[in-house]
Write a protein that binds this ligand. Structure first.
Ligand code: ZN
Length: 338
């Protein structure tokens, strides 16, 4: 367990590897090993906080807080922060039914489905949902060119083809992956989903695609209560804690790399944090950092491009969630720029 006990002590060989309209393709992967990413390109959606009814549990302010913190702490320079391009209908309906997409866009969606999403319909919600998927499309393109990119949003892994749920309207990773496979930008891919909730939407939409490896590690007793089997699921008991969590991760990661993915989508939800309202695994901030380091360093070591998406975080106070996401980007900087 040297890797866990010896934080940042791992000797690194920096491999690395450009935006949605970039000429990205998998052949760029091995040509760019042993380089450092001089300038990251990270995608965001810079609008005011989504207005929700008073008392609503979803911490929509976390997105703007994260962007503010990343700027204030100078984790990323202005030149590294790029506004997302919203996803188009043609892109989204590769993973979602036309009926569901059009219902969301026009506001004619069944109120029962909106209740399952858990957010009230608004034009702002529609814009944000499209920008979130678009950010992941942009980041994935960039990752194929440079080796690493991220979306300060996305990771909406509960959304199914014909309905959203659990604060997820559209499934960004399913949209990206199915579009990229269709365009032959990639031939195989893997998702490492470490949000504390199971990636049931990813598993449901992508489950019939043998070229997609979905790995999801979550709290067994957590939402969703009816889980859809991933390629590989690890269900953890309450209060798992750092050590056991990281041991599971170290044991399983080789299986992801053995799949030889062209790109890895890292869904780095920070809700396993012990202060999280919805998390049950009792990870410390340091443990989450070790987790992020382990995943990113291993991906880099295997010369596999990474597209990082946010996933969930509902800590009390919400500043802890923001701090955990900031930490992920600090670690990405260390892995890819040192
Ligand atoms: Zn979650």
């Amino acid at each position: 367990m040297d890797r866990i006990d010896n934080k940042y002590g791992i000797h690194l060989t920096c491999n690395t590897w450009n935006h949605r309209n970039a000429d990205s393709q998998i052949t760029s992967r091995h040509a760019t090993e042993n380089k450092v990413i001089a300038q990251m390109k990270i995608f965001f959606y810079d609008h005011s906080t989504l207005q929700l009814p008073q008392g609503h549990h979803f911490p929509s302010q976390k997105y703007s807080m994260l962007l503010d913190e990343i700027r204030n702490q100078k984790i990323l320079g202005e030149h590294e922060l790029i506004q997302s391009i919203p996803a188009t209908r043609d892109e989204v309906i590769v993973a979602h039914t036309k009926e569901y997409f059009d219902g969301i866009i026009t506001g004619t969606i069944d109120p029962k489905i909106m209740r399952q999403i858990g957010l009230p319909w608004s034009k702002d919600l529609v814009e944000r949902s499209l920008a979130s998927v678009g950010g992941s499309l942009c980041a994935a393109n960039e990752a194929l060119v440079s080796g690493f990119s991220g979306n300060l949003g996305g990771g909406t892994h509960h959304a199914m083809a014909d309905q959203g749920m659990g604060y997820c309207v559209f499934n960004d990773l399913a949209v990206v992956i199915l579009n990229f496979l269709r365009l032959k930008k990639i031939l195989r891919t893997a998702i490492i989903d470490l949000d504390v909730h199971q990636g049931n939407g990813n598993a449901a939409i992508l489950g019939s695609h043998p070229e997609v490896f979905t790995f999801s590690m979550q709290g067994q007793k957590n939402y969703p209560y009816r889980k859809v089997p991933s390629t590989l699921d690890i269900n953890l008991p309450d209060d798992t804690g750092d050590k056991a969590y990281l041991e599971h991760l170290i044991t399983v990661l080789p299986k992801v790399f053995d799949f030889n993915p062209d790109i890895i989508f890292y869904l780095a939800g920070v809700d396993p944090l012990k202060e999280d309202r919805l998390g049950r695994l009792s990870l410390t901030m340091s443990g989450l950092g070790e987790r992020d380091w382990l995943v990113l360093e291993q991906c880099q070591r295997h010369s596999i491009p990474v597209c990082l998406v946010m996933g969930g975080g509902y800590a009390v106070p919400i500043e802890l969630t923001v701090q955990a996401h900031v930490q992920t980007y600090k670690i990405a900087k260390e892995v890819y720029q040192n």
